[in-house]
Design a protein around this ligand. Sequence first.
Ligand code: SF4
Ligand code: SF4
Length: 84
Amino acid sequence: MALMITDECINCDVCEPECPNGAISQGDEIYEIDPNLCTECVGHYDEPQCVLVCPVECIPKDPEHAETEDELMEKYKIIQESLG
Ligand code: SF4
Ligand code: SF4
């Protein structure tokens, strides 16, 4: 499932450049994850890179975007194809 950033985010900006899918961006008040682009880092890394670097641990799984490992891998392939 995609991950999400909670309102505990302190806008430190360290997660954005770590995302291999470009899924993280600055929102109106805090950083946001585009669920269409987040693969939980499946296809790139063993662990979600944003979770590893976030100093306040505010990036849980998003229960509204439940996906299996296979679905995440499929999403990864679609993103790669769209990048050409
Ligand atoms: S889990 Fe990976 S793909 Fe998803 S937002 Fe974090 S760094 Fe990006
Ligand atoms: S690393 Fe955590 S606190 Fe920093 S911008 Fe990203 S979500 Fe917010």
